[in-house]
Design a binder for this molecule. Structure first.
Ligand SMILES: [Zn+2]
Length: 84
C-alpha cells in the first residue's frame, strides 16, 4: 500500500488514517464501500492512496456495467421528486 500524505494538501492540517465509508456511484447504481483513507483533522478532506483510488474506479465501473456479484442490496435509492 502506498503512503498517504501526513499533511493535508488543502489546509495543512494533520491527516489521520481511518477506515471510512465511501459512496461510489456508477451509472444509476450506488454502493457503500469501506476503505482506508487519510482524513484531515482540520477540514475533513479525505485522501486516498493510489491503490484505493484504483479500487474505487474498478467498483464504479462494476456498478455502471451492472456486475453485481460483489454487491449486496441493502435498500433502494430514490430521487426526491418534490421540491426540497
Ligand atoms: Zn485539511
Amino acid at each position: 500500500m502506498s503512503e498517504i500524505v501526513s499533511v493535508c494538501p488543502i489546509c495543512g492540517g494533520d491527516v489521520v488514517v481511518k477506515e471510512v465509508e465511501k459512496m461510489v456511484k456508477g451509472g444509476n447504481n450506488v454502493a457503500i464501500i469501506r476503505v482506508k483513507a487519510g482524513v484531515c483533522s482540520k477540514c475533513g478532506e479525505r485522501i486516498y492512496s493510489k491503490e484505493t483510488h484504483e479500487k474505487i474506479q474498478r467498483i464504479r465501473r462494476e456498478l455502471k456495467e451492472g456486475v453485481t456479484k460483489n454487491f449486496e442490496a441493502i435498500g433502494c435509492t430514490y430521487i426526491y421528486k418534490a421540491e426540497v
